[in-house]
Design a protein. Sequence first.
Length: 568
Amino acid sequence: MLLVLSSVAVTFRLVQTQQNDAAIINLAGRQRMLLQQMTRLALTDPDNPELRQTIDRFEQTLTTFSEGGEVVDGNGRSLTLSPPSYPSLQAQLSELTIIWPVFANQLTPPINEVRLQTDFETLLFKLDAVVTTYELLAQTKINRLRWVQFIFLVAAFLLLAWGYNVVRRQLIQPLTVLDAVVQAFGSGRLDTSVPQLPHNEMGRLGQTMETMRGEIAAHQQSLEQQVAQRTQELTTAFEFSQEIVRELEPTQLLQAVANHTRELMRGDAAALCALDGDGRSLELVAGSGAGSACLGLRQSTARGLALPVIHEHKTVIAAGGCANCGFLAHFPGASCIAAPLQVGGRALGALCVVRPQHPFDAAEARALTLLANAAAVALENARLVETIKQQTEENAALAERERLAATLHDNLAQNLGAMHLRVDLLAQDIAGGEMVLAQQRLGELQINLQKAYAQVRMALTGLREPSPDGAEFMTAVQTIVADFEATTRLPVLFSVNEKESVQLTAVTQKQALHILREALTNIRRHAKATQVQIKLTEKAETFTLEIVDDGLGFNASQVDSQHHLGLN
Protein backbone atom coordinates (compact mmCIF):
# COMPACT_ATOMS: atom_id res chain seq x y z
CA MET A 1 0.00 0.00 0.00
CA LEU A 2 2.85 2.37 0.85
CA LEU A 3 4.45 1.62 -2.51
CA VAL A 4 1.24 2.38 -4.34
CA LEU A 5 0.68 5.61 -2.44
CA SER A 6 4.25 6.73 -3.09
CA SER A 7 3.93 5.91 -6.78
CA VAL A 8 0.68 7.82 -7.02
CA ALA A 9 2.11 10.83 -5.17
CA VAL A 10 5.26 11.02 -7.30
CA THR A 11 3.32 10.49 -10.50
CA PHE A 12 0.81 13.16 -9.54
CA ARG A 13 3.62 15.60 -8.74
CA LEU A 14 5.39 14.98 -12.04
CA VAL A 15 2.13 15.24 -13.98
CA GLN A 16 1.43 18.60 -12.37
CA THR A 17 4.94 19.74 -13.25
CA GLN A 18 4.46 18.55 -16.83
CA GLN A 19 1.19 20.47 -17.08
CA ASN A 20 2.99 23.62 -15.90
CA ASP A 21 5.78 23.01 -18.41
CA ALA A 22 3.22 22.60 -21.18
CA ALA A 23 1.60 25.88 -20.17
CA ILE A 24 5.00 27.61 -20.15
CA ILE A 25 5.79 26.23 -23.62
CA ASN A 26 2.43 27.52 -24.84
CA LEU A 27 3.26 30.95 -23.38
CA ALA A 28 6.64 30.92 -25.13
CA GLY A 29 4.92 30.00 -28.37
CA ARG A 30 2.43 32.80 -27.78
CA GLN A 31 5.40 35.22 -27.46
CA ARG A 32 6.47 34.18 -30.94
CA MET A 33 2.97 34.94 -32.32
CA LEU A 34 2.90 38.26 -30.46
CA LEU A 35 6.26 39.16 -32.04
CA GLN A 36 4.91 38.40 -35.50
CA GLN A 37 1.75 40.39 -34.78
CA MET A 38 3.74 43.42 -33.59
CA THR A 39 5.91 43.38 -36.69
CA ARG A 40 2.89 43.11 -39.00
CA LEU A 41 1.05 45.98 -37.25
CA ALA A 42 4.14 48.18 -37.22
CA LEU A 43 4.61 47.75 -40.95
CA THR A 44 0.93 47.99 -41.97
CA ASP A 45 -0.88 50.01 -39.31
CA PRO A 46 1.49 51.68 -36.83
CA ASP A 47 -1.27 53.82 -35.33
CA ASN A 48 -3.46 50.83 -34.38
CA PRO A 49 -4.05 50.71 -30.57
CA GLU A 50 -3.73 46.94 -30.72
CA LEU A 51 0.01 47.41 -31.40
CA ARG A 52 0.50 49.02 -28.00
CA GLN A 53 -1.51 46.28 -26.28
CA THR A 54 0.52 43.58 -27.99
CA ILE A 55 3.81 45.26 -26.97
CA ASP A 56 2.69 45.49 -23.33
CA ARG A 57 1.55 41.85 -23.26
CA PHE A 58 4.85 40.67 -24.81
CA GLU A 59 6.93 42.73 -22.40
CA GLN A 60 4.91 41.55 -19.34
CA THR A 61 5.25 37.89 -20.30
CA LEU A 62 9.01 38.29 -21.00
CA THR A 63 9.49 39.87 -17.57
CA THR A 64 7.59 36.98 -15.93
CA PHE A 65 9.79 34.45 -17.74
CA SER A 66 12.94 36.19 -16.55
CA GLU A 67 12.02 37.16 -12.98
CA GLY A 68 9.02 34.93 -12.18
CA GLY A 69 5.53 36.03 -11.18
CA GLU A 70 1.89 35.64 -12.26
CA VAL A 71 0.74 35.70 -15.86
CA VAL A 72 -2.50 34.89 -17.75
CA ASP A 73 -2.29 32.35 -20.60
CA GLY A 74 -4.31 32.30 -23.82
CA ASN A 75 -7.16 30.38 -22.15
CA GLY A 76 -7.57 32.97 -19.42
CA ARG A 77 -5.95 30.81 -16.72
CA SER A 78 -3.66 32.44 -14.21
CA LEU A 79 -0.21 30.84 -13.94
CA THR A 80 2.50 31.51 -11.37
CA LEU A 81 6.03 31.09 -12.79
CA SER A 82 9.21 30.72 -10.79
CA PRO A 83 12.46 32.37 -11.89
CA PRO A 84 14.43 30.04 -14.20
CA SER A 85 16.83 27.75 -12.32
CA TYR A 86 18.78 26.42 -15.31
CA PRO A 87 21.85 28.54 -16.33
CA SER A 88 21.37 27.98 -20.06
CA LEU A 89 17.77 29.15 -19.86
CA GLN A 90 18.77 32.15 -17.75
CA ALA A 91 21.36 33.16 -20.36
CA GLN A 92 18.87 32.89 -23.22
CA LEU A 93 16.26 34.94 -21.36
CA SER A 94 18.91 37.56 -20.52
CA GLU A 95 19.78 37.92 -24.22
CA LEU A 96 16.07 38.35 -25.01
CA THR A 97 15.77 40.98 -22.31
CA ILE A 98 18.69 42.91 -23.86
CA ILE A 99 17.47 42.63 -27.46
CA TRP A 100 13.84 43.44 -26.71
CA PRO A 101 14.24 47.21 -25.92
CA VAL A 102 16.13 47.72 -29.17
CA PHE A 103 13.40 45.94 -31.13
CA ALA A 104 10.66 47.82 -29.26
CA ASN A 105 12.18 51.16 -30.36
CA GLN A 106 12.01 50.00 -33.97
CA LEU A 107 8.23 49.63 -33.63
CA THR A 108 7.62 53.38 -33.22
CA PRO A 109 7.61 55.77 -36.22
CA PRO A 110 9.64 56.51 -38.20
CA ILE A 111 10.04 52.79 -38.96
CA ASN A 112 13.09 51.41 -40.71
CA GLU A 113 11.66 48.35 -42.40
CA VAL A 114 15.06 46.78 -43.19
CA ARG A 115 16.36 47.10 -39.66
CA LEU A 116 12.99 46.07 -38.19
CA GLN A 117 12.99 42.94 -40.30
CA THR A 118 16.57 42.14 -39.24
CA ASP A 119 15.88 42.65 -35.54
CA PHE A 120 12.61 40.65 -35.92
CA GLU A 121 14.47 37.65 -37.30
CA THR A 122 17.11 37.88 -34.57
CA LEU A 123 14.52 38.12 -31.81
CA LEU A 124 12.44 35.33 -33.40
CA PHE A 125 15.51 33.09 -33.47
CA LYS A 126 16.15 33.76 -29.78
CA LEU A 127 12.50 33.00 -28.93
CA ASP A 128 12.70 29.72 -30.82
CA ALA A 129 15.80 28.84 -28.84
CA VAL A 130 13.96 29.55 -25.57
CA VAL A 131 11.01 27.38 -26.66
CA THR A 132 13.41 24.59 -27.61
CA THR A 133 15.10 24.82 -24.21
CA TYR A 134 11.76 24.62 -22.41
CA GLU A 135 10.81 21.57 -24.51
CA LEU A 136 14.13 19.86 -23.68
CA LEU A 137 13.61 20.52 -19.98
CA ALA A 138 10.07 19.12 -20.19
CA GLN A 139 11.32 16.02 -22.03
CA THR A 140 13.93 15.52 -19.30
CA LYS A 141 11.20 15.54 -16.67
CA ILE A 142 9.15 13.06 -18.73
CA ASN A 143 12.13 10.72 -18.93
CA ARG A 144 12.57 11.06 -15.18
CA LEU A 145 8.88 10.15 -14.71
CA ARG A 146 9.32 7.08 -16.89
CA TRP A 147 12.25 5.90 -14.81
CA VAL A 148 10.31 6.42 -11.62
CA GLN A 149 7.41 4.45 -13.03
CA PHE A 150 9.71 1.67 -14.18
CA ILE A 151 11.27 1.43 -10.74
CA PHE A 152 7.85 1.29 -9.10
CA LEU A 153 6.75 -1.35 -11.64
CA VAL A 154 9.74 -3.57 -10.84
CA ALA A 155 9.10 -3.16 -7.13
CA ALA A 156 5.43 -3.96 -7.66
CA PHE A 157 6.29 -7.20 -9.51
CA LEU A 158 8.62 -8.22 -6.73
CA LEU A 159 5.98 -7.51 -4.13
CA LEU A 160 3.39 -9.33 -6.26
CA ALA A 161 5.53 -12.45 -6.45
CA TRP A 162 6.14 -12.41 -2.73
CA GLY A 163 2.46 -11.75 -2.03
CA TYR A 164 1.36 -14.53 -4.38
CA ASN A 165 3.49 -17.02 -2.53
CA VAL A 166 2.06 -15.90 0.81
CA VAL A 167 -1.52 -15.81 -0.48
CA ARG A 168 -1.23 -19.23 -2.10
CA ARG A 169 -0.03 -20.86 1.10
CA GLN A 170 -2.22 -18.93 3.51
CA LEU A 171 -5.36 -18.32 1.46
CA ILE A 172 -5.68 -20.10 -1.90
CA GLN A 173 -4.99 -23.62 -0.68
CA PRO A 174 -7.40 -23.35 2.28
CA LEU A 175 -9.99 -21.71 0.04
CA THR A 176 -9.66 -24.56 -2.46
CA VAL A 177 -10.43 -27.00 0.31
CA LEU A 178 -13.34 -24.87 1.52
CA ASP A 179 -14.64 -24.51 -2.06
CA ALA A 180 -14.80 -28.27 -2.41
CA VAL A 181 -16.71 -28.44 0.86
CA VAL A 182 -19.10 -25.69 -0.30
CA GLN A 183 -19.67 -27.51 -3.60
CA ALA A 184 -20.57 -30.59 -1.61
CA PHE A 185 -22.95 -28.52 0.52
CA GLY A 186 -24.49 -27.01 -2.61
CA SER A 187 -25.16 -30.43 -4.10
CA GLY A 188 -26.97 -31.45 -0.93
CA ARG A 189 -24.20 -33.59 0.62
CA LEU A 190 -24.42 -32.08 4.07
CA ASP A 191 -22.75 -35.16 5.57
CA THR A 192 -19.37 -33.98 4.18
CA SER A 193 -17.30 -32.62 7.07
CA VAL A 194 -14.81 -29.75 6.80
CA PRO A 195 -11.11 -30.94 6.88
CA GLN A 196 -8.70 -29.63 9.49
CA LEU A 197 -7.05 -26.38 8.34
CA PRO A 198 -4.05 -24.39 9.68
CA HIS A 199 -4.60 -22.45 12.88
CA ASN A 200 -5.27 -19.07 11.33
CA GLU A 201 -8.27 -17.19 9.97
CA MET A 202 -8.93 -19.93 7.42
CA GLY A 203 -8.85 -22.51 10.21
CA ARG A 204 -11.39 -20.55 12.23
CA LEU A 205 -13.51 -20.16 9.08
CA GLY A 206 -13.40 -23.94 8.59
CA GLN A 207 -14.58 -24.49 12.15
CA THR A 208 -17.41 -22.00 11.60
CA MET A 209 -18.43 -23.74 8.38
CA GLU A 210 -18.47 -27.10 10.18
CA THR A 211 -20.81 -25.65 12.80
CA MET A 212 -22.91 -24.07 10.07
CA ARG A 213 -23.11 -27.42 8.26
CA GLY A 214 -24.73 -29.05 11.24
CA GLU A 215 -27.19 -26.18 11.67
CA ILE A 216 -28.08 -26.14 7.95
CA ALA A 217 -28.72 -29.88 8.00
CA ALA A 218 -31.07 -29.47 10.95
CA HIS A 219 -32.84 -26.49 9.36
CA GLN A 220 -33.15 -28.29 6.03
CA GLN A 221 -34.89 -31.17 7.68
CA SER A 222 -37.21 -28.77 9.50
CA LEU A 223 -37.97 -26.80 6.31
CA GLU A 224 -38.72 -29.96 4.37
CA GLN A 225 -41.20 -30.92 7.03
CA GLN A 226 -42.78 -27.44 6.93
CA VAL A 227 -42.99 -27.46 3.12
CA ALA A 228 -44.62 -30.86 3.15
CA GLN A 229 -47.04 -29.68 5.80
CA ARG A 230 -47.84 -26.42 3.95
CA THR A 231 -48.33 -28.34 0.69
CA GLN A 232 -50.69 -30.65 2.48
CA GLU A 233 -52.57 -27.65 3.88
CA LEU A 234 -52.97 -26.05 0.45
CA THR A 235 -53.98 -29.35 -1.13
CA THR A 236 -56.50 -29.93 1.62
CA ALA A 237 -57.92 -26.42 1.27
CA PHE A 238 -58.20 -26.83 -2.49
CA GLU A 239 -59.92 -30.20 -2.22
CA PHE A 240 -62.15 -28.77 0.48
CA SER A 241 -63.19 -25.85 -1.73
CA GLN A 242 -63.81 -28.19 -4.67
CA GLU A 243 -66.05 -30.41 -2.57
CA ILE A 244 -68.15 -27.71 -0.95
CA VAL A 245 -68.48 -25.54 -4.06
CA ARG A 246 -70.70 -28.23 -5.58
CA GLU A 247 -73.29 -27.60 -2.87
CA LEU A 248 -75.58 -24.67 -3.61
CA GLU A 249 -78.42 -25.42 -1.20
CA PRO A 250 -77.58 -23.32 1.94
CA THR A 251 -78.51 -25.89 4.60
CA GLN A 252 -76.62 -28.73 2.94
CA LEU A 253 -73.67 -26.43 2.26
CA LEU A 254 -73.40 -25.40 5.93
CA GLN A 255 -73.50 -29.02 7.05
CA ALA A 256 -70.91 -30.02 4.43
CA VAL A 257 -68.56 -27.28 5.64
CA ALA A 258 -68.86 -28.45 9.25
CA ASN A 259 -68.31 -32.12 8.36
CA HIS A 260 -65.31 -31.53 6.11
CA THR A 261 -63.69 -29.13 8.58
CA ARG A 262 -63.95 -31.62 11.45
CA GLU A 263 -62.46 -34.40 9.33
CA LEU A 264 -59.61 -32.32 7.90
CA MET A 265 -58.67 -30.79 11.27
CA ARG A 266 -58.96 -34.18 13.02
CA GLY A 267 -61.30 -32.75 15.65
CA ASP A 268 -63.95 -34.30 17.84
CA ALA A 269 -66.50 -31.59 17.04
CA ALA A 270 -66.89 -28.68 14.64
CA ALA A 271 -69.33 -25.79 14.70
CA LEU A 272 -70.28 -23.18 12.12
CA CYS A 273 -71.81 -19.99 13.51
CA ALA A 274 -73.50 -17.36 11.35
CA LEU A 275 -73.48 -13.65 12.15
CA ASP A 276 -76.91 -12.09 12.55
CA GLY A 277 -78.06 -9.01 10.68
CA ASP A 278 -76.89 -6.41 13.22
CA GLY A 279 -73.57 -8.18 13.85
CA ARG A 280 -74.10 -8.44 17.62
CA SER A 281 -74.44 -12.19 18.02
CA LEU A 282 -73.51 -15.52 16.46
CA GLU A 283 -75.93 -18.42 15.99
CA LEU A 284 -74.74 -22.00 15.69
CA VAL A 285 -76.32 -23.08 12.40
CA ALA A 286 -74.37 -26.27 11.60
CA GLY A 287 -72.42 -28.79 13.65
CA SER A 288 -70.49 -31.99 13.13
CA GLY A 289 -69.58 -34.74 15.57
CA ALA A 290 -70.50 -34.00 19.16
CA GLY A 291 -71.38 -30.42 18.21
CA SER A 292 -74.44 -31.32 16.16
CA ALA A 293 -76.62 -31.41 19.29
CA CYS A 294 -76.02 -27.72 20.07
CA LEU A 295 -77.77 -26.13 17.08
CA GLY A 296 -79.48 -22.83 17.82
CA LEU A 297 -77.07 -21.67 20.52
CA ARG A 298 -76.34 -17.95 20.39
CA GLN A 299 -73.16 -16.18 21.44
CA SER A 300 -72.50 -12.45 21.80
CA THR A 301 -69.73 -11.04 19.60
CA ALA A 302 -68.77 -8.47 22.24
CA ARG A 303 -67.02 -10.91 24.59
CA GLY A 304 -65.14 -14.16 24.80
CA LEU A 305 -63.65 -15.92 21.84
CA ALA A 306 -66.01 -14.22 19.38
CA LEU A 307 -64.59 -10.74 20.03
CA PRO A 308 -61.17 -11.16 18.36
CA VAL A 309 -62.51 -13.58 15.74
CA ILE A 310 -65.37 -11.39 14.46
CA HIS A 311 -64.18 -7.85 15.13
CA GLU A 312 -60.42 -8.29 14.62
CA HIS A 313 -60.62 -11.06 11.96
CA LYS A 314 -58.10 -13.24 13.80
CA THR A 315 -57.74 -17.00 14.02
CA VAL A 316 -57.61 -17.76 17.75
CA ILE A 317 -56.41 -20.84 19.65
CA ALA A 318 -57.77 -21.21 23.19
CA ALA A 319 -58.88 -23.70 25.82
CA GLY A 320 -62.51 -24.73 25.47
CA GLY A 321 -63.39 -24.21 29.10
CA CYS A 322 -62.01 -20.65 29.09
CA ALA A 323 -63.74 -19.42 25.95
CA ASN A 324 -67.03 -18.44 27.63
CA CYS A 325 -68.99 -20.04 24.79
CA GLY A 326 -72.11 -22.20 25.10
CA PHE A 327 -70.84 -24.65 22.49
CA LEU A 328 -67.31 -24.90 23.90
CA ALA A 329 -68.66 -25.29 27.43
CA HIS A 330 -69.57 -28.85 26.47
CA PHE A 331 -65.86 -29.63 26.00
CA PRO A 332 -64.07 -28.58 29.23
CA GLY A 333 -60.30 -28.81 29.06
CA ALA A 334 -60.25 -29.36 25.29
CA SER A 335 -58.24 -27.27 22.87
CA CYS A 336 -60.28 -25.20 20.44
CA ILE A 337 -59.47 -23.11 17.41
CA ALA A 338 -61.77 -20.58 15.73
CA ALA A 339 -61.35 -18.73 12.42
CA PRO A 340 -63.51 -15.97 10.91
CA LEU A 341 -65.63 -16.53 7.81
CA GLN A 342 -65.08 -13.37 5.80
CA VAL A 343 -65.38 -12.18 2.23
CA GLY A 344 -63.84 -8.89 1.16
CA GLY A 345 -63.25 -7.86 4.79
CA ARG A 346 -66.93 -8.46 5.67
CA ALA A 347 -67.53 -11.02 8.43
CA LEU A 348 -70.11 -13.74 7.77
CA GLY A 349 -69.55 -15.86 10.86
CA ALA A 350 -67.01 -18.17 12.49
CA LEU A 351 -65.76 -21.74 12.10
CA CYS A 352 -64.69 -23.58 15.27
CA VAL A 353 -63.05 -27.00 15.86
CA VAL A 354 -62.51 -28.79 19.20
CA ARG A 355 -60.36 -31.76 20.18
CA PRO A 356 -59.15 -32.93 23.60
CA GLN A 357 -56.08 -34.93 22.52
CA HIS A 358 -53.46 -32.23 21.92
CA PRO A 359 -53.48 -28.45 21.37
CA PHE A 360 -53.64 -26.89 17.94
CA ASP A 361 -50.46 -25.30 16.55
CA ALA A 362 -49.73 -22.37 14.22
CA ALA A 363 -49.68 -24.59 11.11
CA GLU A 364 -53.16 -25.86 11.90
CA ALA A 365 -54.28 -22.28 12.47
CA ARG A 366 -53.14 -21.40 8.94
CA ALA A 367 -54.90 -24.48 7.59
CA LEU A 368 -58.18 -23.58 9.31
CA THR A 369 -57.88 -20.00 8.00
CA LEU A 370 -57.59 -21.33 4.44
CA LEU A 371 -60.56 -23.63 5.00
CA ALA A 372 -62.60 -20.80 6.48
CA ASN A 373 -61.81 -18.52 3.53
CA ALA A 374 -62.84 -21.21 1.05
CA ALA A 375 -66.01 -21.89 3.03
CA ALA A 376 -66.84 -18.18 3.17
CA VAL A 377 -66.53 -17.88 -0.61
CA ALA A 378 -68.74 -20.94 -1.08
CA LEU A 379 -71.35 -19.57 1.34
CA GLU A 380 -71.32 -16.19 -0.36
CA ASN A 381 -71.70 -17.85 -3.76
CA ALA A 382 -74.62 -19.92 -2.48
CA ARG A 383 -76.25 -16.82 -1.06
CA LEU A 384 -75.74 -14.96 -4.34
CA VAL A 385 -77.23 -17.88 -6.28
CA GLU A 386 -80.24 -17.90 -3.95
CA THR A 387 -80.63 -14.13 -4.30
CA ILE A 388 -80.38 -14.33 -8.09
CA LYS A 389 -82.92 -17.15 -8.11
CA GLN A 390 -85.38 -15.08 -6.07
CA GLN A 391 -84.79 -12.02 -8.24
CA THR A 392 -85.30 -14.12 -11.37
CA GLU A 393 -88.60 -15.43 -10.05
CA GLU A 394 -89.71 -11.93 -9.08
CA ASN A 395 -88.69 -10.54 -12.46
CA ALA A 396 -90.52 -13.36 -14.24
CA ALA A 397 -93.68 -12.67 -12.23
CA LEU A 398 -93.39 -8.94 -12.90
CA ALA A 399 -92.82 -9.54 -16.61
CA GLU A 400 -95.87 -11.84 -16.73
CA ARG A 401 -97.96 -9.16 -15.02
CA GLU A 402 -96.81 -6.55 -17.50
CA ARG A 403 -97.44 -8.91 -20.40
CA LEU A 404 -100.93 -9.68 -19.12
CA ALA A 405 -101.70 -5.98 -18.64
CA ALA A 406 -100.42 -5.12 -22.12
CA THR A 407 -102.36 -8.01 -23.67
CA LEU A 408 -105.61 -7.01 -21.96
CA HIS A 409 -105.07 -3.38 -22.91
CA ASP A 410 -104.13 -4.03 -26.53
CA ASN A 411 -106.81 -6.66 -27.20
CA LEU A 412 -109.57 -7.00 -24.61
CA ALA A 413 -109.84 -3.31 -23.79
CA GLN A 414 -110.17 -2.38 -27.45
CA ASN A 415 -112.83 -5.03 -28.03
CA LEU A 416 -114.77 -3.88 -24.97
CA GLY A 417 -114.55 -0.29 -26.22
CA ALA A 418 -115.82 -1.36 -29.63
CA MET A 419 -118.64 -3.30 -27.97
CA HIS A 420 -119.55 -0.26 -25.90
CA LEU A 421 -119.75 1.85 -29.06
CA ARG A 422 -121.83 -0.78 -30.86
CA VAL A 423 -124.24 -1.00 -27.89
CA ASP A 424 -124.78 2.76 -28.14
CA LEU A 425 -125.37 2.47 -31.89
CA LEU A 426 -127.71 -0.50 -31.33
CA ALA A 427 -129.78 1.52 -28.88
CA GLN A 428 -130.04 4.33 -31.44
CA ASP A 429 -131.05 1.87 -34.19
CA ILE A 430 -133.78 0.30 -32.02
CA ALA A 431 -135.07 3.73 -31.00
CA GLY A 432 -135.19 4.73 -34.67
CA GLY A 433 -136.89 1.53 -35.76
CA GLU A 434 -133.88 0.38 -37.86
CA MET A 435 -134.38 -3.32 -37.13
CA VAL A 436 -132.24 -4.59 -40.02
CA LEU A 437 -129.31 -2.40 -38.93
CA ALA A 438 -129.94 -3.42 -35.33
CA GLN A 439 -129.73 -7.07 -36.35
CA GLN A 440 -126.38 -6.32 -38.01
CA ARG A 441 -125.17 -4.60 -34.83
CA LEU A 442 -126.11 -7.70 -32.80
CA GLY A 443 -124.04 -9.87 -35.14
CA GLU A 444 -121.03 -7.57 -34.69
CA LEU A 445 -121.50 -7.64 -30.91
CA GLN A 446 -121.52 -11.42 -30.98
CA ILE A 447 -118.26 -11.47 -32.95
CA ASN A 448 -116.67 -9.02 -30.50
CA LEU A 449 -117.83 -11.11 -27.55
CA GLN A 450 -116.24 -14.20 -29.07
CA LYS A 451 -112.98 -12.30 -29.62
CA ALA A 452 -113.01 -10.97 -26.05
CA TYR A 453 -113.67 -14.45 -24.66
CA ALA A 454 -110.81 -15.93 -26.69
CA GLN A 455 -108.44 -13.12 -25.66
CA VAL A 456 -109.26 -13.62 -21.98
CA ARG A 457 -108.57 -17.35 -22.31
CA MET A 458 -105.24 -16.67 -24.04
CA ALA A 459 -104.23 -14.13 -21.40
CA LEU A 460 -105.10 -16.47 -18.52
CA THR A 461 -103.40 -19.51 -20.04
CA GLY A 462 -100.30 -17.59 -21.17
CA LEU A 463 -100.91 -18.26 -24.87
CA ARG A 464 -100.02 -15.84 -27.60
CA GLU A 465 -101.92 -14.82 -30.69
CA PRO A 466 -100.65 -16.46 -33.85
CA SER A 467 -98.11 -14.06 -35.32
CA PRO A 468 -98.80 -13.44 -38.99
CA ASP A 469 -95.94 -13.41 -41.44
CA GLY A 470 -95.59 -12.38 -45.08
CA ALA A 471 -98.94 -11.88 -46.81
CA GLU A 472 -100.84 -12.72 -43.61
CA PHE A 473 -99.31 -9.65 -41.96
CA MET A 474 -100.74 -7.40 -44.69
CA THR A 475 -104.12 -9.14 -44.32
CA ALA A 476 -104.05 -8.48 -40.57
CA VAL A 477 -103.25 -4.79 -41.17
CA GLN A 478 -106.07 -4.45 -43.68
CA THR A 479 -108.49 -6.17 -41.27
CA ILE A 480 -107.60 -3.74 -38.47
CA VAL A 481 -108.07 -0.78 -40.85
CA ALA A 482 -111.43 -2.14 -42.07
CA ASP A 483 -112.66 -2.61 -38.48
CA PHE A 484 -111.63 0.96 -37.68
CA GLU A 485 -113.49 2.34 -40.73
CA ALA A 486 -116.61 0.32 -39.92
CA THR A 487 -116.58 1.44 -36.30
CA THR A 488 -115.78 5.14 -36.71
CA ARG A 489 -117.11 5.89 -40.23
CA LEU A 490 -113.81 7.74 -40.83
CA PRO A 491 -112.06 7.46 -44.20
CA VAL A 492 -108.60 5.83 -44.02
CA LEU A 493 -106.06 6.40 -46.80
CA PHE A 494 -103.93 3.22 -46.72
CA SER A 495 -100.78 2.88 -48.84
CA VAL A 496 -97.97 0.34 -48.93
CA ASN A 497 -94.65 0.10 -50.76
CA GLU A 498 -95.42 -2.61 -53.31
CA LYS A 499 -91.94 -2.67 -54.83
CA GLU A 500 -90.64 -4.83 -52.01
CA SER A 501 -92.47 -7.38 -49.92
CA VAL A 502 -92.63 -6.74 -46.19
CA GLN A 503 -90.16 -9.15 -44.54
CA LEU A 504 -90.39 -8.89 -40.73
CA THR A 505 -89.77 -11.28 -37.87
CA ALA A 506 -92.75 -12.65 -36.00
CA VAL A 507 -91.99 -10.50 -32.95
CA THR A 508 -91.69 -7.34 -35.06
CA GLN A 509 -94.96 -8.08 -36.88
CA LYS A 510 -96.75 -8.55 -33.57
CA GLN A 511 -95.41 -5.28 -32.18
CA ALA A 512 -96.36 -3.44 -35.37
CA LEU A 513 -99.93 -4.73 -35.12
CA HIS A 514 -100.11 -3.67 -31.46
CA ILE A 515 -98.85 -0.20 -32.34
CA LEU A 516 -101.39 0.12 -35.16
CA ARG A 517 -104.30 -0.95 -32.92
CA GLU A 518 -103.24 1.40 -30.11
CA ALA A 519 -102.79 4.36 -32.46
CA LEU A 520 -106.20 3.86 -34.11
CA THR A 521 -107.83 3.46 -30.69
CA ASN A 522 -106.31 6.75 -29.51
CA ILE A 523 -107.50 8.46 -32.70
CA ARG A 524 -111.01 7.14 -32.19
CA ARG A 525 -111.14 8.14 -28.52
CA HIS A 526 -109.27 11.42 -28.36
CA ALA A 527 -108.24 12.90 -31.72
CA LYS A 528 -111.64 14.04 -33.10
CA ALA A 529 -110.14 13.54 -36.54
CA THR A 530 -111.95 13.57 -39.89
CA GLN A 531 -109.34 11.69 -41.89
CA VAL A 532 -106.57 9.13 -41.19
CA GLN A 533 -103.58 8.19 -43.32
CA ILE A 534 -101.56 4.96 -42.86
CA LYS A 535 -98.35 4.27 -44.80
CA LEU A 536 -96.13 1.17 -44.74
CA THR A 537 -92.62 1.35 -46.24
CA GLU A 538 -89.53 -0.85 -46.09
CA LYS A 539 -86.17 0.39 -47.33
CA ALA A 540 -82.58 -0.63 -46.58
CA GLU A 541 -83.70 -3.18 -43.99
CA THR A 542 -85.72 -0.47 -42.19
CA PHE A 543 -89.48 -0.89 -41.73
CA THR A 544 -91.58 2.28 -41.21
CA LEU A 545 -95.20 2.40 -40.02
CA GLU A 546 -96.50 5.97 -40.35
CA ILE A 547 -99.95 6.88 -38.90
CA VAL A 548 -101.16 10.47 -39.43
CA ASP A 549 -104.49 12.14 -38.59
CA ASP A 550 -105.83 15.70 -38.75
CA GLY A 551 -107.08 15.66 -35.17
CA LEU A 552 -106.20 17.56 -32.00
CA GLY A 553 -102.88 15.87 -31.26
CA PHE A 554 -101.55 15.30 -27.72
CA ASN A 555 -99.11 16.71 -25.15
CA ALA A 556 -95.70 15.19 -25.85
CA SER A 557 -94.58 15.75 -22.22
CA GLN A 558 -97.06 13.12 -21.04
CA VAL A 559 -95.60 10.32 -23.16
CA ASP A 560 -93.32 9.09 -20.34
CA SER A 561 -96.11 8.99 -17.77
CA GLN A 562 -96.50 5.69 -15.89
CA HIS A 563 -100.29 6.06 -15.51
CA HIS A 564 -101.20 4.44 -18.83
CA LEU A 565 -100.67 1.04 -20.44
CA GLY A 566 -100.56 2.00 -24.10
CA LEU A 567 -97.74 3.35 -26.23
CA ASN A 568 -94.75 4.85 -24.45
